[in-house]
Design a protein around this ligand. Sequence first.
Ligand code: FE2
Length: 140
Amino acid sequence: MSMWKEHYRVGSDLIDTQHQELFKRVSRFIRVVQSEGPWEERLEQVKETLVFMQHYVIIHFADEENLQKEIGYPELARHTKIHEDFKAEIQEFAQTVEREGFDEEKVQEFSAKVMTWLIMHVGREDQKIGEFLRSRGGHK
Ligand SMILES: [Fe+2]
């Protein structure tokens, strides 16, 4: 089950599709992290997700910031800063596990943190873009 909700839509097909993909991948990530079985066997998928997140988040944030620019969204600078901070967090986590090893507990904590962030960000912060978009008659 994905954690994506219909009311998360902001009204841009590109952004909404990317958000759904993010929820799908992070949901799967949590499932793998919490499932039974030897950690070593699940580790491959954990590593894969981390690589995916690092790349996909950069693309998605850039697309979302471009949309904000395009529509003249007044909170672009603040929103971009939130994106930058999150990218840095993922980067930092990736570097830590690369250096210290993929500790199961650390990865669990991280997966929960990412999901919480996603829910809060897409469910609140990104909704403001949706509201702004609707106030000016939707996305062309
Ligand atoms: Fe965002």
